[in-house]
Design a binder for this molecule. Sequence first.
Ligand code: CMC
Length: 420
Amino acid sequence: MPETITITDDRTGKTVTVPIEGGVFPSSALRELDPSLYMYDPAYMSTAATQSAITYLDGTNGVLRYRGYPIEQLAEKSTYLEVAYLLMNGELPNETELVQWKHDVTHHTFIHENMRKKFAEGFHYDAHPMGMFVSAVAALGTFYDGAKEIEDPEERNHQVLRLIAKAPTIAAMCYRFSVGLPFNMPDNDLSYSANFLNMMWKIGDYEVDPRLERAMDILFILHADHEQNCGTTAMRVIGSSHADPYSAAAGAASALYGPRHGGANEAVIRMLNDIGTVDNVPAFVESVKKGEGRLMGFGHRVYKNYDPRATIIKEAAYDVFDVTGKSPLLDVALKLEEVALSDEYFIERKLYPNVDFYSGLIYQALKFPTEMFTVLFAIPRMSGWLAHWDELLVEGQKISRPRQWYTGADERNYVDLADR
Ligand code: CMC
């Protein structure tokens, strides 16, 4: 069977034959038929916007791999910092490389005092920490002259280290500010995840529980990348204009903020709280089927099967509950999953739990307020965003500039104000 596709323009009878590679054909072939012909695909439902060698996702079979390594193996055996190295560099680090990478990231965990004393203090006392995070990431770029030197690989590497290292510091700063607590300086003797937990919670002689540190690290690994999702696409679109990586990452974080993307974990907890008890689950599911709302934490543009991250998170949730005690919402979540997975509405539409369905329960058990949930997603996603940013620059991708299908008014003459 030839691995080609032939397209005929019925208006002219002209045909064009193009190769199919990896299930994809170049849509530019259409323009050989007619240079003014474009494809209409507003939500990229059937458009591959880029080539990428970072993350492989097979939504039909529930497969997720970073640089070829199954997510299950990484979650079991790796650490977040090792995974961040893998995403950025394409290979797992050897021992020397890992020691150096940890040292380099750790070396950059502090933020400029102005960020904390002047920038953060400018926010209203009840500012949403994700709104603060987005703004702080953009502001951070103004502290580094080299931020704009995006053609220089050494400078790019500097900004990558800074953004990965400072994401937890900024996140903890936003939280401590929002509850009126003094900022905790980074402790560079701790691991990436332990340092974050320490900056969040340290009051008096707080010590990080290693089981919770590991759970946090697993969550970071699972959220590190997810190919061309809305936030990563925003990163690539902004990066393609050669904006500095701080501005691009702030744009990606803004995309992540929305409740249909990273904001869903926060929405899940609100939904579970609204449902309240196991007995209310069937009525809630019926209301979703009537179109009165969505079952948050369910469904995915790409996964038409169980999200593999949801399986791992569900297991990790039990490990956390062993330390913290069970979440009162767990039973509601389990019942909701059971009812939805056996309901024709969800089966027909292939709606399964996604990463956000159980992550919120863990965050809640770890005592994070719901407003911090999307920030917790953004911290590890920083490495994924940066890997895509670096990839697009190395490959010299052109500036993103889609076309539109104009549906507005035809030419008409200006009407003077008095005549309108
Ligand atoms: N609850 C109820 N119905 C749903 C849901 C849901 N969560 N998700 C999709 N549907 C229905 C939808 O109403 C539509 O039905 P119909 O064909 O009768 O009109 C059908 O399923 C297809 O939905 P869609 O909106 O066209 O699908 P999409 O690929 O555009 O949306 C999604 C994907 C993730 C935005 C959507 O499933 C959703 O809103 N889920 C809830 C929010 C959520 O959990 N988001 C986290 C996604 S994973 C993490 C991340 O990306 O950040």
